[in-house]
Ligand binder design. Structure first.
Ligand SMILES: *Cc1c(COP(=O)(O)O)cnc(C)c1O
Length: 364
């Protein structure tokens, strides 16, 4: 085996996190969000292992959805941003995808398509409302007329109304309640099923649960919250990223390690070099002191992250040897903690892993 940098993906942990999400809202269904290659875990493998268990999958775009269908995934697949051009509508029909619809332009395209293809039936449309995030979604004042237009389309079998929160990960801000109030007044008397909850809302905002949850990051064991959270504590790591020590040297006091000579040994120090770097998706913003897990205890990064390697301080690890396996995040070090060291969020670390990292799948 050559360069042994491995992201071990625990499919059972992901299934257990999905169950934990659904347990927060007993009667709700849940779209397992597997966009961006299942946040770096490998969408095909994750979807195939969850296929008999989940209610539906969610992806960002039709390319991701087609890859899953072609690989044999059978459950419904929701396109979270809908279609970008009308040429996708025949494919949505052909593959049976569910589509979000977030603009008047998309509704016009859908009506034109169904006028030209009167035999099409059974479409599932999730009307996305902009309730205050101001990224995607229709203006609440247009919702009634758009629902009537959808209702008039014989090709549309099922309508769900959806919305997305800007601040559900901040439990003490009023923003989420304001979005919920606007949704409540907009949807007064509307009987369609509703879907408002990303992971943060699944874990923190029961009043937003309704019929369909949309958990993403929590499936992979990442927490959407910057602070500790009782439900986040029950999540299991979906991925454990490990790599071996490829070299060890003794650095004299006063010598520096790595690019920019930014870390200086204050005593004679053993330094280990590991086969992982920013070209693998390990953040270059991980500063000296960022923890790694070696032989049952922590060690820490010493010096800058390079493209293909990092260096760690072996103080307190006199027995460490070339070939020892080091965990960068996962079972023993939460990806949230590493993300915080890098001043980012677990989403960017997980989804930023590159092709160079081998994915290895285990079940439990
Ligand atoms: C990505 C996404 C989600 C999942 O968000 P998490 O914070 O990862 O749970 C849910 N809904 C929509 C529309 C999304 O784009």
């Amino acid at each position: 085996m050559a360069r042994n940098l491995i992201a071990q993906v625990d499919l059972q942990a992901i299934a257990s996190n999905y169950r934990l999400a659904k347990a927060q809202a007993k009667h709700a269904k849940a779209v397992a969000i597997i966009k961006a290659d299942a946040y770096g875990h490998g969408a095909v493998a994750v979807a195939k292992s969850l296929d008999t268990e989940v209610d539906a999958f969610g992806v960002a775009a039709i390319e991701e959805a087609i890859e899953l269908r072609e690989a044999g995934v059978r459950q419904p697949i929701l396109l979270l941003e809908g279609f970008f051009e009308s040429s996708e509508l025949p494919l949505i029909d052909h593959y049976g995808f569910w589509s979000s619809l977030h603009s008047l332009e998309q509704l016009d395209m859908l009506e034109d398509f169904l006028r030209e293809q009167p035999d099409v039936t059974g479409l599932h449309i999730w009307l996305k409302i902009d309730s205050g995030m101001h990224r995607l979604g229709v203006n609440p004042v247009d919702v009634d007329s758009m629902l009537s237009r959808l209702n008039a389309l014989a090709g549309v079998e099922k309508v769900v109304v959806m919305s997305h929160f800007a601040c559900a990960d901040e439990p003490h801000r009023y923003h989420t309640e304001r979005q919920l109030l606007l949704l409540q007044s907009t949807l007064q008397g509307v009987e369609y099923p509703k879907s408002f909850s990303n992971s943060a809302a699944v874990m923190q905002w029961p009043s937003a649960h309704h019929q369909w949850l949309r958990p993403g990051i929590m499936l992979y064991g990442g927490s959407p919250f910057a602070q500790a959270h009782p439900i986040a504590d029950q999540l299991k790591a979906g991925m454990t990223l490990t790599t071996p020590i490829i070299a060890i040297r003794e650095v004299p006091a006063g010598d520096a390690v790595g690019y920019g000579a930014s870390w200086i040994a204050d005593a004679p120090t053993r330094i280990a070099t590991l086969a992982v770097g920013y070209a693998d998706g390990y953040s270059r913003h991980a500063p000296s002191g960022t923890p790694v897990w070696l032989n049952g205890r922590r060690a820490s990064i010493a010096g800058r992250v390079s493209m293909d390697m990092i260096t760690i301080d072996l103080t307190g690890h006199p027995d460490a040897q070339v070939g020892d396996t080091v965990e960068l995040w996962g079972r023993n070090l939460s990806v949230n903690e590493i993300a915080a060291c890098c001043q980012t969020i677990p989403y960017t670390l997980l989804s930023g892993l590159t092709r160079r990292v081998k994915r290895q799948y285990i079940s439990g």
